[in-house]
Design a protein around this ligand. Structure first.
Ligand SMILES: NC(=O)c1ccc[n+]([C@@H]2O[C@H](COP(=O)([O-])OP(=O)(O)OC[C@H]3O[C@@H](n4cnc5c(N)ncnc54)[C@H](OP(=O)(O)O)[C@@H]3O)[C@@H](O)[C@H]2O)c1
Length: 215
């Protein structure tokens, strides 16, 4: 499958490499495909890896990963052109973080709205699935924890899209995918990310994951 990963930050690079390691072809999207991070990622990931503009990447992908700084995301989606996403599954890993009052950050959208819902509104013809937003990038592919892999929480309106994302999650090493419902559940998935983030700023390390205990 051809995967377009919008974003050259840690999340885009880690998930992009995850797709390559599972045999997919990945283009990573950026404002400047000639920039160092994009070039280094392509060099490290071999013949199935390439870089492009946000628009080239969105057009390339049969499936899209959105891994962009939240405050730039509406601009990035406009640059990528909403029509590039028609009918496609979009994995939305973003969190609407506001660092303007220092650290830890706060959610800039909360209550009766979420980044996931905003993305679905900006891309009405896409099938948006919130996923990979409530786990640190170090554990997004082949997560290793003493008690076994953590849960991966997802939400979205399209059942077939969620099934595809769950299959990807299984391939990435998450046997337990927890589907919390429609895209509105992003409100709580983004709040769940804050649980992860608060622990990160409290301890200074990223060796944790939020999961659900079961018996
Ligand atoms: N870091 C984590 O472990 C983690 C975990 C879960 C979820 N998340 C969420 O995942 C998303 C990506 O996080 P990240 O840390 O990988 O990367 P990031 O630094 O939040 O975002 C990097 C991407 O945003 C683009 N960007 C930044 N400012 C821009 C601007 N003014 N105009 C256009 N594009 C701009 C960059 O473009 P260029 O490529 O052109 O530089 C780059 O592709 C965020 O929403 C974050 O909250 C992060």
């Amino acid at each position: 499958m051809k995967v377009g990963v919008l974003g050259t930050g840690d999340v885009g690079r880690v998930l992009g490499s995850g797709f390559i390691s599972r045999g997919h072809e990945v283009k990573i999207g950026t404002r400047d495909p000639g920039q160092d991070k994009a070039k280094a990622w392509v060099a490290k990931n071999g013949a199935k890896a390439s870089a492009g503009t946000f628009e080239e990447t969105a057009k390339f992908g049969e499936l899209i990963v959105l891994a962009t700084l939240w405050e730039a995301t509406p601009t990035i989606l406009a640059m990528a052109r909403p029509e590039s996403f028609t009918g496609k599954v979009v994995i939305d890993a973003t969190n609407p973080l506001d660092f303007s009052k220092g650290i830890p950050p706060r959610l800039s959208i909360a209550g009766d709205n979420s980044a996931g819902e905003e993305v679905q509104r900006i891309l009405p013809a896409a099938r948006v699935v919130k996923a990979f937003n409530s786990i640190g990038n170090a554990h997004m592919v082949d997560p290793k924890f003493p008690g076994g892999p953590p849960d991966l929480f997802i939400a979205g309106n399209d059942e077939a899209a969620k099934k595809q994302v769950a299959d990807i999650a299984h391939a990435f090493g998450f046997p337990n995918v927890v589907d919390l419902g429609r895209i509105e559940a992003s409100r709580y998935l983004e709040a769940l990310a804050m649980v992860w983030i608060l622990e990160y700023f409290r301890t200074g390390n990223a060796n944790h994951a939020v999961t659900m205990a079961r018996k």
